[in-house]
Design a binder for this molecule. Structure first.
Ligand code: SAH
Length: 533
């Protein structure tokens, strides 16, 4: 009878998380060899196998025994918790075989059955800590010199890996975890999220969410995996979450934002998708995602950064800072100096886009958004956030000739410009009845005529069912205008559904601040447009 070695990872410890093949393999074996605790964990799967269970440190002996029994013709299951290839028995079994000059063709058959390793099982209990480049480091210096382990912690800390520390501490080994913390604190913020998972998916499962500074105040033992976040990892409602990309977007009115899903799905946000290659039109060469990743590392400035002496250094994290600029509410011309400033602030790496809304939208790659805003403001630009915000689109007031209503436009910009809303909203503001800048087509249209204001609500600017707003009031007194518009906006801000455009809101509620919706649009059936309307 031909023997066989079945090297099995049985996962974190619960029956639900053992693979079918691992169960089968245990079932078909004649003999099970493993650490006592592990044999106990899978006891329910045993039928009449012979059991050889030994203590923790007798791993080499277990591997030798397994090989010997397989060569005698037995089917031997060698069991490891998690995955047998992660600080498990596979390597030892092969080492013993190599020593015996075993070959795949003539020697005993070896099958390795993968299991869920602690980095994955523990991650699932913590949230999503391992979304980006991660590594495992075992703190056990039983088979590895501590100087090497130290070097690896240092390197991983410096390279901003998410780190799963295996074998963090035992009864005799208590110093290593404190040393690891010390090294990590040289490179990462004391607030870096840290998850401690003890006995994942076993009876005594215990999860603690803490941070790098406080982690040693909690119980850490032989059955704990210590998960250290990277510089982007954050805690949310008791969960530990590492964003998938580093590039964050800032806009003016919000603090740091993670990329929205559709931005995230762009290729450049996923340097790990290694099959990706792109054509660079400038150099006419293909560059791979590896190049992108290397550029990202360069941007991090790792190569220049010497580990400081025991004090944490904030990484200069580059972000994409998005905003829109205009030369003024009424002013539509740029000075050459302003254009030069734009070019300098945006730089080669950034992007300047002229939008359909007559805005100049900027994407600035920077680790210092404040500096960019200071320079742009000093150059006389009005800065507005982009996204689901209120944008005022005023006309040029016939180059300032029809100036009477300009102060009202200025005030609206000042108090409502950039306000966050359920959906982007444009307020058109035109200085005479000609309304040649098209105010009546915007979500809200304001037209100055004969010393008073006309108001239009619910325009739909784009799409094949585009239509102007409804005229809802004529002759609003100038001193009332701001309050009227502000009330409308506030109501929509509070009661509009997320993503509900203003015209849809108006149609739904039928009455905004006393202004009545009238269903005047003739029923025209419009075929759905292929790219969505
Ligand atoms: N082969 C195993 C690792 C063995 S080393 C695997 O792939 O998971 C032993 C270390 O693994 C422990 O010190 C602990 O850090 C981690 N570990 C294993 N099982 C665990 C569990 N259920 N919960 C938390 N950590 C675990």
């Amino acid at each position: 009878m031909a023997g066989k070695l079945l090297v099995i990872g049985f996962g974190p410890g619960s029956f639900e998380h053992i693979t079918d093949r691992a169960r089968e393999a245990i079932g078909e074996s004649d003999m099970v060899i493993g650490y006592k605790t592990y044999v106990e964990l899978i006891e329910g799967l045993l039928t009449n196998q012979q059991i050889i269970s030994t203590g923790m440190t007798e791993e080499v002996g277990r591997a030798q025994e397994a090989v010997k029994q397989a060569e005698l013709g037995k089917k031997v299951a060698v069991i490891s918790s998690g995955d047998a290839g992660v600080y498990g028995m596979v390597g030892l079994v092969y080492e013993v075989l190599v020593e015996k000059k075993w070959s795949r063709e003539t020697g005993v058959e070896v099958e390795i059955i993968p299991g869920i390793s602690a980095i994955n099982s523990c991650a699932s209990l913590l949230g999503a800590p391992v979304m980006h480049d991660a590594c495992t480091i075992s703190l056990s210096d039983h088979l590895t010199p501590w100087t090497l382990i130290e070097k690896r912690i240092e390197a991983a800390a410096q390279a901003d890996f998410v780190i799963a520390l295996y074998n963090p501490k035992s009864g005799r080994r208590t110093r290593q975890i404190a040393e690891a913390q010390r090294i990590l604190l040289n490179h990462r913020s004391p607030d870096t999220p840290v998850g401690l998972v003890k006995s994942a998916y076993r009876d005594r499962q215990h999860v603690v969410m803490t941070n790098l500074k406080d982690m040693l105040e909690y119980d850490i033992g032989m059955l704990t995996t210590v998960m250290i976040g990277n510089s982007s990892t954050f805690m949310y409602d008791g969960l530990m979450i590492t964003p998938r990309g580093y590039q964050r977007k800032y806009t003016l009115n919000t603090t740091e934002q993670v990329l929205k899903p559709h931005q995230r799905l762009k290729k450049e946000s996923e340097p790990w998708a290694l099959e990706q290659e792109e054509f660079n039109p400038e150099s006419e060469i293909m560059f791979s995602s590896r190049d992108v990743a290397e550029q990202a590392l360069d941007a991090f400035g790792y190569e220049t950064k010497e580990p400081s002496n025991h004090s944490f250094v904030q990484q200069p994290l580059e972000t994409i800072f998005e905003l829109a600029v205009s030369p003024g509410v009424a002013k539509k011309t740029f000075t050459p100096k302003q254009l030069l400033t734009l070019a300098e602030v945006v730089g080669e790496a950034g992007r300047i886009e002229y939008t359909t809304d007559h805005q100049i939208k900027l994407e600035i790659h920077t680790s210092n958004p404040e500096q960019a805003t200071e320079r742009l403001t000093a150059a006389g630009f009005i800065l507005s956030p982009v996204g689901d915000v209120l944008t005022l689109k005023a006309c040029d007031f016939c180059e300032g000739e029809k100036k009477d209503s300009i102060p009202y436009a200025d005030t609206l910009q000042e108090i409502l410009g950039g306000l966050e809303l359920p959906k982007e909203l444009k307020v058109g503001f035109n200085g005479c009845g000609m309304a040649c800048f098209g105010a009546v087509n915007e979500d809200i249209g304001i037209v100055f005529r004969k010393g008073k204001f006309d108001l239009f609500l619910g325009g739909k600017t784009v799409g094949r069912s585009a239509h102007p707003g409804q005229p809802v009031a004529e002759g609003i007194e100038p001193d009332q205008l701001i309050q009227v518009v502000e009330n409308i906006i506030q109501e929509y801000k509070e009661k509009g559904h997320p993503n509900e455009r203003f015209y849809k809101y108006f149609k739904r509620v039928k009455n905004i601040q006393g202004f009545q919706y009238r269903d005047v649009s003739p029923k025209i059936e419009v075929e759905p447009a292929p790219c969505g309307d």
